[in-house]
Design a protein around this ligand. Structure first.
Ligand SMILES: [Zn+2]
Length: 430
């Protein structure tokens, strides 16, 4: 009988903190508009100011976009989760009826106390900086704060369609003040709320254990992870703080954390150890948006590569980029084939192809998402959850290739996979 209940002791102090900053909208999606301003530009400017401030104070900072480009919601969260950053902040401007005004700061309604702590720390500073009406701290189920696996908030700086608020958004003095307030609020909220188990019954991102007997699951909007025994669907919480980006290393060990700070959780002994080196990074590694595979370096113009997944036979690496979706590189030749739009690639056990999700969104919520299969040539691409009417995301195929697990709107599903056809779809969490 394996002991599955572990407690991870947070040891964040000696590591550099990291943040992913998400400038809302971009490209063909301007967001809200008013008084000659477009939300996407304000969001980007404040995000860049915040980025500079975070770096100046020693944080590792990442921007979802540093130019005026479109990035899907699924791409935004997939990127942040792959970085394993310790905080996520999304920057937006509000709009309503041209007379509503003021500042709001959101946390995911079932988010962690760390998210709430960060929200409560940032919000009053932001209101003071903007000298706007205080509309209060709020909760919402916005996609980017629900589907990120680290404490996350979304700031609505002010109303772009209201005259006085809009004048401030258009003024670089206030945009700098806003960035300084968010920076100060994020940094000062770090110490509080170090450890907590979330009792959320929502789960996402299932990952099969190497022997196929269990699934590793994550709570939306929180670091906490859980393990489900596939035989009886028995569910056990494992860990909370800093347990993001979790992956199986063996049938008894789960590695979690970001690049600099990782923990190896041993489920047999109940112990966790800090580890500094990434596991299995010799074949594929990502630094500053560039992918190194064996001796090949892959970089894309004005684009950022993330989330590299090595095939089981180690002959291919699938990777995502913010603009281009998914590609697969041949390790021997260094040549990539473009698979197309999508996120969260996971390998078929026979290394002949990948499964991934392709989601559509309206800038705020995912409206539709399906699981696709693509072969390693990039030629064959097929929707394998068509007709299920589920917002299916983050697939994982069992080691024997006979089952697929994925999440849809906070629940985990398992189905049998027969010649790339999905059958007997079973919802295994509430
Ligand atoms: Zn917005």
């Amino acid at each position: 009988m394996k002991m599955l209940l572990l407690v991870v002791v947070a040891t964040t102090a000696i590591f550099a903190q990291s943040i992913c900053i998400d400038a809302g909208h971009g490209g063909s999606d301007p967001g809200a508009v008013g008084w000659g301003l477009q939300e996407k530009s304000i969001n980007l400017d404040v995000s860049q100011r915040l980025y500079n401030l975070m770096r100046q104070s020693g944080w590792k900072a990442y921007l979802v976009r540093s130019t005026d480009k479109a990035v899907s919601l699924s791409g935004r969260t997939s990127y942040a989760n792959s970085l394993g950053v310790s905080r996520f902040v999304s920057i937006h401007c509000n709009a309503f009826n041209k007379s509503a005004n003021g500042t709001e700061t959101f946390a995911y309604s079932k988010g962690s106390s760390k998210s709430f702590g960060m929200r409560n720390s940032v919000h009053p500073k932001l209101v003071r900086a903007m000298r706007t009406k205080d509309r209060g701290t709020k909760t919402a189920n916005f996609y980017v704060i629900k589907n990120t696996n680290m404490p996350a908030i979304l700031c609505e700086l002010a109303f772009i369609d209201e005259k006085n608020d809009s004048a401030k958004l258009g003024d670089s003095y206030y945009r700098q003040k806003a960035a300084e307030a968010i920076h100060s609020g994020v940094v000062s909220s770090l110490a509080a709320f170090d450890e907590e188990i979330n009792d959320s019954s929502l789960y996402m991102a299932p990952k099969w254990s190497p022997d196929g007997s269990a699934l590793l699951l994550t709570h939306p909007g929180y670091n906490g992870i859980a393990v489900m025994q596939v035989g009886d669907y028995d569910l056990k919480s494992i860990s909370s703080a800093n347990a993001y980006n979790a992956k199986w290393i063996s049938n008894d060990e789960v590695l979690c954390g970001g690049k600099q700070q990782q923990k190896l959780l041993n489920m047999a002994t109940g112990k966790s150890v800090d580890t500094f080196a990434g596991v299995d990074m010799s074949l594929a590694s990502i630094e500053d948006g560039k992918l190194t595979v064996a001796e090949h370096v892959i970089a894309l113009d004005n684009d950022v590569i993330f989330n590299a997944a090595v095939s089981p036979d180690r002959n291919y690496v699938a990777y995502e980029s913010l603009k281009n979706g998914i590609s697969i590189v041949n390790v021997a030749s260094g040549k990539s084939v473009h698979v197309g739009t999508g996120n969260n690639p996971a390998w078929m056990p026979n290394s002949k192809g990948i499964v991934f999700d392709h989601a559509l969104d309206n800038g705020h919520e995912i409206t539709q998402s399906n699981i696709y299969f693509a072969d390693i040539s990039g030629q064959k691409r097929m929707n394998i959850t068509e007709g299920l009417s589920l917002i299916a995301q983050r697939p994982s195929v069992s080691p024997d290739g006979q089952k697929i697990a994925f999440d849809a709107e906070g629940s985990i599903f398992i189905a049998s996979l027969n010649e790339l056809k999905i059958e007997q779809v079973l919802q295994v969490t509430k």
